[in-house]
Ligand binder design. Structure first.
Ligand code: NAD
Length: 330
């Protein structure tokens, strides 16, 4: 197994080394391939990612990624969007689950759902024209793209409560009618129960009744926005991991960005990145991955927590505590 390790910029450089420590504690045969991408690379070399980098990534099986700062250049092509497209990572999977002892904005911990977001089309198609008086972006919804994300959501639902919620805005965006119809047809074909919600009502409902949802399937931009919002349910952006899954490759990244406001201070929360390692291990079929949940519960209970959760621990202290628990309890 070959793993590309991309720390990126800002706190990506702080949280990924902690995640790698936890991964190393499992003693698996994984060849790690470090790759430098992002804003700092662009500043240094004028490019944030070269074709060679992309080929190196394609030579790996999976990627562990921190975060990159967006390059302030109108011609900048997003590193992340390029990788997702090139590796055809069509399913963006974001579990939203409370962690023991951490209370989010609405003070509840009775929810456990997964947002499955179509990751290659929608408003992130990259087909756009930016002008002085007129700018536009094409929103692409295809039958194939909708079918495969619906298939993914249904397969996941079968392992859980056999129920999906399709999130769309088909009352205004006619392109979403195709997405909605295909998701309904796919759910019926799989014998999966389904309901649907308009994205605006869904945002409200997720805050009021998060316990009602299990597998939520939606288009690219809606999924992006809803999943950041749902990080507030969990308690911090520093707690939410994500996986980008394709037929051949998988790519794991915390939901948060490079957080320039706290970067370099050693206080970023590494738990989202560490939970990415858990998702990576699950993807690899490693049965011991659950020990990471136990390790995180242990450090939270001992209040070894970073300032975003009200603690005083550093990124490295949290990483060391999780790694120590994993090594002792595997
Ligand atoms: P952000 O997620 O970086 O930060 C939002 C807020 O959450 C900040 O106050 C930050 O301090 C806090 N936060 C985020 N992660 C945290 C952690 N692990 N521990 C503690 N606090 C944490 O979003 P932003 O500020 O809008 O974006 C900063 C840069 O990151 C931008 O250039 C943006 O384009 C980029 N970005 C990259 C990714 C990615 O690479 N996947 C995702 C989102 C944003």
């Amino acid at each position: 197994m070959k793993l590309a390790v991309i720390e990126g910029d800002g706190i990506g450089r702080e949280v990924i080394p902690e995640a790698v420590k936890v991964l190393d504690a499992f003693g698996l045969e994984i060849e790690k391939v470090p790759i430098e991408l992002g804003y700092a690379r662009w500043e240094r070399t004028g490019t944030s990612m070269s074709n060679e980098d992309l080929e190196t990534i394609k030579g790996c099986d999976a990627v562990l990624f921190g975060a990159v700062t967006t390059v302030p250049d109108p011609n900048y092509k997003s590193v992340l969007l390029t990788i997702r497209k090139e590796l055809d990572l069509y399913a963006n999977v974001r579990p939203v689950k409370p962690l023991p002892g951490v209370v989010g904005v609405i003070g509840r911990s009775d929810f456990d759902f997964i947002i499955v977001r179509e990751n290659t089309e929608g408003l992130y198609s990259g087909i756009e024209e930016i002008g002085y008086d007129l700018s536009w972006t094409k929103r692409i919804i295809t039958r194939k793209g909708s079918e495969r994300i619906a298939e993914y959501a249904c397969k996941l639902a079968k392992k859980r409560k056999n129920k999906i919620t399709i999130v769309h805005k088909s009352n205004v965006l006619k392109s979403d009618k195709l997405f909605l119809d295909v998701c309904r047809q796919t759910a019926s074909a799989h014998g999966v129960e389904y309901g649907d919600m308009l994205v605006d009502s869904m945002a409200y409902s997720l805050m009021m009744h998060p316990e009602k949802y299990d597998v939520v399937v939606t288009t690219n931009l809606f999924g992006d926005i809803l999943s950041d919002m749902c990080a507030a349910l969990v308690g911090s952006l520093g707690l939410v991991p994500s996986a980008n899954i394709g037929e051949k490759y998988a790519f794991f990244e915390p939901v948060h960005g490079s957080a320039p406001d706290i970067a370099g201070r050693g206080i970023s929360n590494p738990l989202a990145a560490i939970l990415c390692v858990k998702m990576l291990l699950e993807w690899m079929g490693e049965p011991r991955s659950q020990v990471i949940d136990k390790a995180i519960a242990d450090v939270l209970q001992k209040k070894i927590i970073t300032p975003d959760l009200g603690g005083t621990a550093s990124t490295i202290e949290v990483g060391n505590a999780v790694t120590g628990y994993v090594m002792k309890n595997m």
